[in-house]
Design a protein around this ligand. Structure first.
Ligand SMILES: [Zn+2]
Length: 275
């Protein structure tokens, strides 16, 4: 494994050596709990950061200079194509795009009005909406599903997925396909992780060691924390899900809220559950 470098919040591209993944962070971090952080703003936010596996990238924001570089380690291959992911930082919540070659899956859609930022992210990767074959909603909360109709209109060829227990309250024009434990989407494992909401799911790319947690876990500025009790429906169940998520093997955790954890993530989650 090669060195992981998270430069800092303002220099927002991090490089991840494991399996050659390029970590692309849009803008800077605005970490807050959902529902409580609408007034939090990120200094120096830039939506124009890009990286492609095997390249160096530089970004300059429209309002703030955001100079960053990224490099990648040895290319991972899944079906012969490098894998990478992009964080679309939507100020207090993030969506993630997971790429394999020219195809992509979008995990969560942000608040309403986020489609343009997601499209910009795709554009930075040299792609457009037609690359999105799968849209996975981790749970029903509006900061995660708010742009689902915009996204599904644009990504007209995509299939929509969510956990069964949350689907009745998502209210999307497109009916999600129910997924849970033992289901796989785009070679991504779906993991039931209820508690924050009854139908919460997380998304594991086992081949590259990435877990997209939704709100089953929160980033804590370099660490991992439990879901927010103020916004979670059943904390007992939620902590059982933390224990469950700590039992998988992954290096990187990508949170709905908070900075990604780029090293030792599953061990940190297991320690959180044990504590
Ligand atoms: Zn939530």
């Amino acid at each position: 494994m090669t060195t992981h470098r998270l430069i800092n919040r303002r220099m927002a591209i991090a490089e991840m050596g494991k399996a050659g993944l390029a970590v692309v962070v849009f803008g800077t971090a605005a970490c807050s709990d959902e529902g409580a952080g609408a007034t939090t703003t990120a200094p120096g936010t830039s939506p124009t950061t890009t990286a492609t596996p095997g390249t160096n990238a530089t970004a300059a924001g429209s309002t703030t200079t955001l100079a960053s570089t990224t490099t990648t380690g040895p290319a991972a291959t899944t079906g012969g194509a490098p894998t990478s992911f992009q964080r679309v930082n939507l100020q207090f919540v993030s969506a993630y795009i997971l790429y394999r070659g020219g195809e992509a899956a979008l995990v969560d859609t942000g608040v309403g009005g986020s489609a343009a930022a997601i499209q910009a992210a795709l554009g930075e990767a040299g792609l457009d909406w037609d690359a999105i074959g799968h849209v996975i909603l981790t749970h029903k909360h509006p900061d995660h599903v708010g742009s689902v109709d915009e996204v599904m209109t644009q990504a007209s060829g995509a299939t929509l997925y969510a956990g069964a227990a949350d689907i009745p309250e998502i209210g999307s024009a497109t009916a999600p396909q129910a997924v849970g434990d033992d289901d796989s989407v785009f070679d991504l494992e779906i993991i039931d992780s209820p508690g924050h909401t009854p139908g919460h799911i997380s998304v594991l790319d086992a081949a590259t060691g990435i877990l997209v947690t939704g709100d089953a876990l929160n980033g804590t500025g370099g660490g991992v924390g439990p879901p927010d009790p103020g916004f979670s429906e059943d904390m007992t169940v939620a902590m059982e899900s933390v224990l469950k998520l700590g039992g998988f093997d992954y290096e990187v955790a990508l949170f709905g809220h908070g900075e990604p954890l780029l090293e030792g993530a599953s061990a940190a989650v297991a320690a959180l559950a044990a504590g």
